[in-house]
Design a protein around this ligand. Structure first.
Ligand code: CP3
Length: 348
């Protein structure tokens, strides 16, 4: 019987170069799959789906059944942590997330661990169920949003184009703003530790809006919080790999690659794989980075780009993935073709 630690994803995150890299896809569970849309309709509200362990388990497993990825990512959302901190969050059809915005120092939430775990308890149950129901070779990834990205939603009250309110707060009143980042970081560390205790074997931190910050602020608002969360996790769980995804930071990925305690770095689709092979892969495991729009297009333009990524990064520690999540219009049969291509690739 294979040992738990032999899973390809975990071997890659320990720095091994494999005959073929493990693969999974960001947003692999989601609206491009008809069976997801069916379960989603059954749940009604998106947040109800996140908080129903039986349904969240089911949608996590759906892409694994179809495509046989090497890892499943827990089905949940990055905006559950603000809810666990007591903020009002809702998802409106066609509009995305809407939060009651916090914009003043006096509104910075206080971390109440009991309330956090009470709110997020169903997520831990989803993880526990998955760790029993997943095929034995499939690794289970837990996740959370990184503090900066989560804070953009908390402060702007939803998605934003230019981040006017949060950037002014972060730039004009850095000390108080840091209190918000630290509260979110500490809540996130507690949340991820519970996911790990329930069975998550690796965790990823999504910093989707890291690209909104000038490089001089990366250390304080992106890399620092990532290090703080990784340290808190490793104090209790030294062997659990942490993957960072600071999206859109360009050449600063070379600095991100040197963050102590990070086992993997997910690079977005704007990065040249050969640059990443030179500047990122010598330090840790690279994950990425096919443009999800290439999977919408499919055919040769997709397979050529995927093969190029594999040929360029497959000679070192590597996890094949997208450079951002699947979009709802992705044809499921293009995903099947991509999965077969990765499964059939071998180091040359
Ligand atoms: O398969 C998986 O990747 C696991 C589940 C997952 C979801 N969201 C489910 C989801 C993960 C890892 C996320 C992360 C997430 N959520 C991020 C970071 C990654 C990224 O995509 O940049 C962010 C910024 C969010 C916040 C969020 N959630 C927004 C802005 C929206 C609305 C826009 C959209 O894409 O629909 C969501 C909703 C959401 N989260 C859906 C899913 C499957 C779609 C909701 C629906 O079914 O109606």
């Amino acid at each position: 019987m294979p040992h738990k630690n032999d899973k390809l994803l975990l071997r890659a995150l320990r720095g091994e170069t494999l005959e073929r890299p493990p693969f999974w896809f960001m947003r692999q569970a989601g609206r491009y799959l008809p069976e997801y849309r069916e379960t989603r309709a059954q749940a009604g509200d998106f947040l109800d789906l996140c908080y129903r362990p039986d349904l969240a388990e089911e949608v996590t497993l759906q892409p694994i059944r179809r495509y046989g990825m090497d890892a499943a990512i827990l089905f949940a959302d990055i905006l559950l942590v603000p809810q666990g901190l007591g903020q009002h969050v809702e998802f409106r059809a066609g509009e995305g997330p809407v939060l009651e915005p916090i914009t003043r120092n006096a509104d910075i939430p206080v971390l109440d661990a009991e309330r956090l775990h009470e709110t997020l308890g169903p997520v831990y149950e989803t993880v526990a169920r998955l760790s029993k129901s997943l095929p034995e070779n499939v690794a289970l990834i837990g996740f959370a949003g990184a503090p900066w990205t989560v804070a953009t939603y908390m402060v702007e009250g939803g998605g934003s184009k230019d981040y006017p309110t949060i950037k002014n707060w972060a730039f004009a009143d850095p000390e108080n703003f840091q209190r918000l980042i630290d509260v979110v970081a500490d809540a996130t560390a507690l949340y991820l530790k519970k996911q790990i205790e329930a069975g998550a074997e690796a965790v990823q931190l999504f910093d989707t809006w890291a690209m909104a910050l000038p490089p001089a602020f990366h250390e304080r608002l992106v890399f620092g919080p990532l290090r703080r969360i990784a340290e808190a996790i490793h104090a209790d769980h030294p062997d659990i790999p942490v993957i960072g995804f600071p999206r859109g930071i360009g050449a600063a990925y070379a600095q991100a690659a040197r963050i102590r305690g990070i086992a993997g770095l997910s690079i977005d689709w704007s990065m040249d794989p050969s640059w990443a092979a030179e500047h990122v892969q010598p330090h840790l495991t690279v994950q990425g980075n096919l443009d999800p729009r290439l999977v919408v297009a499919g055919g040769e333009v997709m397979t050529r780009a995927a093969s190029d990524i594999l040929d360029t990064l497959g000679d070192g520690p590597f996890i094949f993935n997208l450079g951002h999540g699947f979009v709802p219009e992705t044809p499921p049969e293009h995903v099947a073709e991509l999965a077969e291509l990765v499964k059939g690739w071998r180091r040359g």
